[in-house]
Design a protein around this ligand. Structure first.
Ligand SMILES: Nc1ncnc2c1ncn2[C@@H]1O[C@H](COP(=O)(O)OP(=O)(O)OP(=O)(O)O)[C@@H](O)[C@H]1O
Ligand SMILES: [Mg+2]
Length: 253
């Protein structure tokens, strides 16, 4: 088989050239990193889980009208996506205080926030993805005011959708991060949801026990990360784990 052209290798994923112009193949690795890659490990099975979960969330989002880069899943670790020009911002939505906002503002983790708070971080590993304001974004031209308005409304839609989905399976969506990109249809530009939505990019707590089911398990050495992600997938019915044996042979790819 001809080798595919590598476009980009990141910490958690690899992008290859796709079969058609304007498409990419996104490969989910088992690598886990935290604290700007100071802490690293290989968590067997993480890539498979994130590929399935990101597919599940993006498919649902498309069904409610949020445009995403997801085209189709190709196999256990790869999905076909639409290539976009990533806006160099991480868009964070917070419903409860945790992580850096808790530290920065002296809030106890788990404190409900008065309303969803959106933060932007400038995507630059060398700088540690610093928090930036809309003022910085406008001044440096990373996004226009119109883009910013659209990004905020998209982020809030993702928040409502994901919060409801998680609540239904007894999980609190504490916060999450998304990336958004520009796609062109002829001369018409629109913003679409890109990258991934997975327990790598969300904080997910069991509603009853507060047990963490996201990457904090790895960041804070709280147990087995793959077990936590498997639990999220199982509750959402995304993996056939513990499901009764299918009556006819199922194609597993
Ligand atoms: N649809 C897309 N089109 C183009 N680039 C994308 C798309 N979706 C995600 N990306 C980019 O692909 C890369 C995915 O790799 P990964 O998440 O492993 O990167 P990373 O190590 O987190 O680094 P980065 O700081 O670049 O995000 C990211 O740079 C992300 O911005
Ligand atoms: Mg990334």
């Amino acid at each position: 088989m001809a080798r595919r052209k590598l476009i980009y290798e990141g910490k958690a994923k690899i992008l290859y050239e796709g079969p058609e112009p304007g498409t990419l193949v996104q490969y989910f690795k088992d690598d886990a990193t935290a604290f700007n890659a100071e802490k690293k490990a290989v968590i067997e099975g993480k890539g498979v889980l994130n590929n399935r979960l990101s597919e599940f969330f993006m498919t649902g989002l498309m069904q409610i009208g949020v445009p995403t880069h997801f085209i189709k899943r190709l196999n256990m670790r790869e999905q076909l996506i639409r290539q976009v020009e990533i806006i160099p911002l991480e868009v964070i939505v917070r419903n409860f205080a945790a992580g850096t906002i808790a530290k920065r503002l002296g809030l106890e983790e788990g404190t409900p926030l008065p309303r969803p708070i959106i933060e932007f971080c400038y995507k630059d590993d060398a700088l540690g993805d610093p928090l930036v304001s809309e003022e910085h974004i406008a001044a440096f031209g990373w996004a226009s005011q119109q883009d910013l308005d659209d990004m905020v409304s998209m982020a809030l839609r993702v928040n409502d959708f994901m919060s409801g989905l998680m609540l239904a399976v007894g999980i609190r969506l504490v916060d999450f991060k998304i990336e958004i990109g520009r796609a062109w249809d002829n001369d018409f530009m629109r913003l679409i949801l890109a990258d991934e939505i997975s327990p790598d990019s969300c904080r997910l707590w069991d509603i009853e026990t507060g047990q963490k089911l996201d990457k904090d398990v790895f960041r804070r050495d709280l147990g087995d990360l793959a077990d936590a992600y498997t639990e999220v997938a199982r509750r959402l019915g995304v993996l056939p784990t513990n499901a009764p044996a299918p009556s006819k042979p199922t194609l597993i790819n």
